[in-house]
Design a protein around this ligand. Sequence first.
Ligand code: ZN
Length: 467
Amino acid sequence: MNICISSFSPRAALAISVICTSVASTTVFAENDESAQAANQPFDSFSQVIVPMAFRNGETHLRVLDNINGVAIAEGDIIFGDAEQYFYHTKQRSVRGLSNYVYGTVWPNGVVPYRISDQLSASAVAKVNAAIERWNDTGAITLIERTDATAAAYPNYIDFIDANQCASWVGFQNTGAQSIYTGDKCSEGSMIHEIGHALGLLHEHTRPDRDNYVQINWDSITTDKTHNFDILTDAITLGEYDYSSIMHYGTHFFSADGRETITALQNTDAKIGQREFISEGDEQSVIELYQSDLSIVSAAPGSAVAAADMQLDMFITNNSDMGANRVSLRTSVPEESKLVSFSSSSWICQQAGTGEDVVCQTSVLAKNANSSVSMNLTTPASTGQASFTATLDSSTFDTDQSNNTDRSNTTLVATSNDVPTNEKAAAQPQPAFAAATDQAATSGGSSGGGAFGPLGLLLLICRRKLV
Ligand SMILES: [Zn+2]
């Protein structure tokens, strides 16, 4: 569906050098609550900086940043950094090469730690939490609270701080705390919008293809605010243009005369500029940004002696540059099979009862990672064929689900003369890694060792839907 995202990511960094001048202006802030938008209330701001952006295609475009309460901001709510820094260098006239600003990348593994300032009012905290829950409900990413106990594990995080405006950086900054400005002026919908920025989304109306979908009424835009309607020529589009996107400007943003500044060119029932819900296009866009490719190869023993233990090996790979989070591996086993023990460096397995599916989970499977699980199961007393079906699932969208399920079979034999062998494993293309064996636990599965830890347990709630 929708969304204009930054051209960020390692494969598309924007290099920006700051030059230029400051001009007097009155700033109108677009991404506040609806009353502020309607009233076009000015903020304490007096100047702008013009920033030439050097794009990958060799073009350079000027971009105007407003000084809003000391912060350099584009399009009303996209944070570029400390305005003082820009203005200092402007005065010195030695600004070229001041910074190599880049939009952020995506959050590693789709896990987005956050902290909520205790300076916020209870109602503001409630709105932030509600917005976080809405994004987590999509399953596209995982916002997880950063606590003292997890601070070391999460050096980079979103910091929801009290401010006189609602604003956010775009994408993962890799700078430790990165602020999202919030406070009593910011609605729940605005918080959803700002989190959208932090995940990597830009404003829908700045898409390179927007002129096919909306008309910008330049004459109605407040003086010195037309830059907020510039097309970001180097931006990447995800899906179709989405009038319903929560990242879309409202039709009257920055209006000088009360008329529309943005008019839809196509028939739509959408409320343009809504700040109520994550549209389907918004969700699909984030899914597309944070997608991985998991695969499973399972290897049951070629034969097993009835009523003895047998070993089932699983090799799980993430073939993507995006780590997957809240990964689950569900394996169906014969009716009489019980999980005796398992061995893995990163997975924890459980079985509700004999014959039930064995469910193994890990909080994160990092990009391009190989992992394995080895299970010991009791063998049914009967003879014949026993089959196992292993299926991977994840909170992170999987681009290729055809390799997420693997089946293997075992011949159950009656006598101990037939020693179980791992024939299928021998026949399989061998994964380029060794099975990890540094953790072993029983089917009670609560050892919690290795890299998993108590934090991982929090992430075991696997409510992912695979689209
Ligand atoms: Zn915005």
